[in-house]
Design a protein around this ligand. Structure first.
Ligand SMILES: [Mg+2]
Length: 363
């Protein structure tokens, strides 16, 4: 079935509260919704979210890449040749991983609808139920403790605490949160490249000596600095995860071969699509390294596509897909992101009806 048209549109959804990391503060999200129309009227939808400080992709850049680079190469092609279409997308230009990912999500949604299966079953269908975590923004310690306790009260068993703006305060904040939420809650710390290698070792060592039982530490040092990532991994017992250091399957292979980290964090917007996200999970599996799947602060559609992959791939063992829980509105009806449990729809494709105009409405 031929692709008849591809229509990108820019949309905005405000956040319930600001999202603050060592890299940025966000109060609303922007994204490009990409609709793929097949000749028989089947519609696939994907979204691409800009994160200029991580991927370099801007809203206008994504829209332009879809309109001027990707669409002309895809319109008129057969949806059944989706692996070849993916190759076309990947070879169309350097970078632009968010536009590539959003485009491929839309193609997969249309393809799975044609086959009449939900996306996660198309990929192997390990489960339809996932346990999500809740991210805690960087704030004053009291506020972070309050947010953490609130997350636990809502039923989250795993918290991802943002750190990396101030080493001295990071120690105190994590200690205060652990004391308040008790020993049974899984605590993941994400420094978003905020520490030097020696700061990282010192602070993680401090948490180990204090018995805080930190489940993992994500991206302690600069994304480009794989040697320092390995330095930290080799010197602490706490598992270390790469996030901003791993965009592509090639980078995953390098990290695995170096034994630079214990975990990889896969995101569709970094990887450039579903096929490449799966390749990263495969490479990590071959090297005995488990993966988490995460997202940027992005729309429900993109995050839902990531959830389908997590529900299918055996090497994706942790879920960090709480971005839609921060949105004051939705890009599709019957919003599945509410509490800690994500249950995927049995409907074909991504499995939800999309809003005609997603901005603004309450979830
Ligand atoms: Mg991260």
């Amino acid at each position: 079935m031929k692709i008849r048209n591809i229509i990108p549109s820019c949309q905005t959804i405000p956040l319930i509260k600001p999202f603050i990391t060592a890299l940025r503060k966000v109060t609303s999200i922007e994204f490009v919704m990409i609709r793929v129309l097949l000749e028989d009227g089947t519609e696939g939808v994907g979204t691409a979210s800009p994160t200029v400080v991580i991927t370099g992709d801007s809203l206008q850049g994504i829209e332009s890449a879809v309109q001027t680079i990707l669409s002309p190469l895809l319109i008129g092609r057969e949806i059944e040749q989706i692996a070849a279409l993916s190759q076309t997308i990947q070879h169309s230009c350097i970078g632009n991983t968010s536009a590539k990912a959003g485009m491929e999500i839309a193609l997969f949604d249309a393809y799975a609808k044609k086959l009449n299966v939900p996306l996660f079953q198309l990929f192997g269908g390990k489960t339809n139920t996932l346990q999500n975590d809740m991210t805690i923004s960087i704030n004053e310690t009291d506020r972070m403790v309050k947010d953490a306790v609130e997350g636990v009260k809502k039923g989250f068993n795993a918290l991802k605490i943002k750190a990396g703006l101030d080493v001295a305060e990071d120690h105190e904040r994590i200690q205060a949160i652990r004391e308040e939420v008790g020993p049974l809650i899984e605590i993941r710390v994400d420094a978003n490249q905020g520490w030097t290698k020696k700061e990282a070792v010192r602070i993680i060592d401090g948490w180990e000596k204090a018995g805080l039982n930190i489940n993992l530490v994500e991206q302690p040092v600069a994304a480009w600095d794989l040697a320092s990532l390995k330095y930290v991994t080799d010197r602490v017992n706490t598992p270390i995860m790469a996030d901003e250091s791993v965009f592509s399957p090639k980078q995953a292979l390098e990290l695995v071969q170096m034994r630079a980290v214990d975990w990889l964090n896969i995101k569709l917007m970094k990887a450039g699509g579903i096929f490449r996200a799966m390749h990263i999970a495969d490479i990590a599996q071959a090297g005995g390294i488990p993966c988490m799947i995460g997202s940027m602060m992005e729309s429900g559609t993109g995050v839902l596509a990531a959830a389908h992959i997590a529900a299918a791939h055996p090497n994706i063992k942790k879920i960090d897909l709480d971005a839609p829980l921060w949105l004051k509105g939705s890009d599709f009806k019957a919003f599945p992101f509410k509490g800690p449990t994500i249950v995927l729809s049995e409907k074909p494709g991504i499995g939800y009806d999309f809003m005609e105009n997603s901005g603004g409405g309450e979830a």
